[in-house]
Design a protein around this ligand. Structure first.
Ligand code: ADP
Ligand code: MG
Length: 311
């Protein structure tokens, strides 16, 4: 069995895929093709993607889409309309007003923000399962799958690898890590996955997790943010105000079997303070790790033997 690694620069991030297989390059070609196809169809930054066809037809007409995009939109809607969820997949008009993470990021005026608030109601997305169509009721509405898509893609890539009998692999979509099977050469079969420090540049880790066949998704204020007049604005927004969520969180990491679950929870929990997040995790049986802006670390009980610090 051979080991091969590929770095792919797409979806505004660096993707790393590691596979063990007799013909690893063929497998990696397949993964790359899959990613490019997802990006082409699901991107919110490409005017010609299927997602943007839905957005451009807002207030005009329903758009028929592929089964997988329909499924993901349906999942995103369900999560968005759940009570107490900070997750809102119709946040697009607000995201595009601020442009955080892009060169032309800015702080919009209060009135610009208020004007967009009526356009971010997830109930105004009409799904027709028979037609497999999506209709945004108001002109100017925009679906944004940025908080869920990477988790979904990771799960799809894992399914693709398993179909091709890949028994060991690591899928890393810009910090969202999903492992497949066991780690070759490790007595305990577990992969060693670094947990990124929210205070330093990329690749500075605060601890190492030992996992097998599972996902770690991290959402942090270091990911994308914008500084203006001494204030730091990050990229997860409060649907009530249209401003970035203000709390004491530096990062939230979720450990789960499916990557999409971790993706959804990291964003859904981002409205709370660190101590509240860890309490909800315990209540909901979610495995995770939270770091506050003051550097305090909270971790769910079950991770005590999974994450190690120091050395
Ligand atoms: P990343 O892994 O890129 O840091 P996250 O999973 O943390 O991404 O999701 C952040 C992205 O989700 C934003 O860039 C934006 O596109 C979108 N987003 C921002 N606020 C919300 C929200 N309240 N609900 C759902 N999606 C959001
Ligand atoms: Mg996410």
């Amino acid at each position: 069995m051979k080991r091969a690694k590929r770095e792919i620069d797409t979806m505004g991030t660096i993707i790393n895929i590691l596979v063990y297989h007799d013909h690893p390059d063929d497998i990696l070609d397949g993964v790359e093709a899959l990613l490019l196809d997802f990006n082409k169809r699901f991107s919110a930054n490409d005017e010609n993607s299927d997602l943007m066809r839905i957005n451009r037809a807002a207030g005009v007409k329903p758009i028929v889409v592929d089964e997988d995009l329909f499924w993901l939109i349906k999942r995103a809607k369900n999560v968005s309309i759940a009570t107490h969820s900070a997750f809102n997949f119709t946040i697009g008009p607000i995201v595009k007003l601020w442009r955080i993470g892009f060169d032309d990021a800015r702080v919009p005026t209060d009135s610009e923000i208020k004007e967009k608030l009526p356009l971010i109601n997830p109930h105004n997305v009409v799904l027709d399962a028979n037609m497999q169509s999506v209709f945004l009721r108001k002109q100017g509405m925009e679906i944004d799958l940025g908080a869920i898509a990477k988790g979904y893609f990771a799960d799809r890539i894992k399914a693709y690898l398993l179909e091709r009998q890949v028994s060991s692999a690591v899928i890393d979509l810009g910090g969202n890590v999903l492992t497949v099977g066991s780690a070759p050469g490790r007595a305990d079969n577990k992969w060693r996955i670094g947990i990124q420090s929210p205070f330093e540049s990329r690749n500075q880790i605060i601890g190492v997790a030992s996992i097998e066949d599972s996902s770690i998704v991290t959402s942090g204020i270091y990911e994308r943010h914008y500084e203006k007049n001494g204030t730091s604005y990050h990229h997860i927004f409060d649907s009530k105000t249209g401003y970035p969520i203000v709390n004491d969180l530096a990062s939230v990491s979720i450990f789960s079997e499916a990557s999409i679950t971790g993706e959804i929870w990291t964003t859904a929990l981002f409205v709370y303070n660190a101590i509240e997040v860890i309490n909800i995790m315990q209540q909901e049986d979610i495995s995770g790790l939270v770091i506050s802006k003051t550097g305090k670390l909270y971790m769910s009980e079950d991770l005590r033997d999974v994450v190690s610090f120091g050395q």
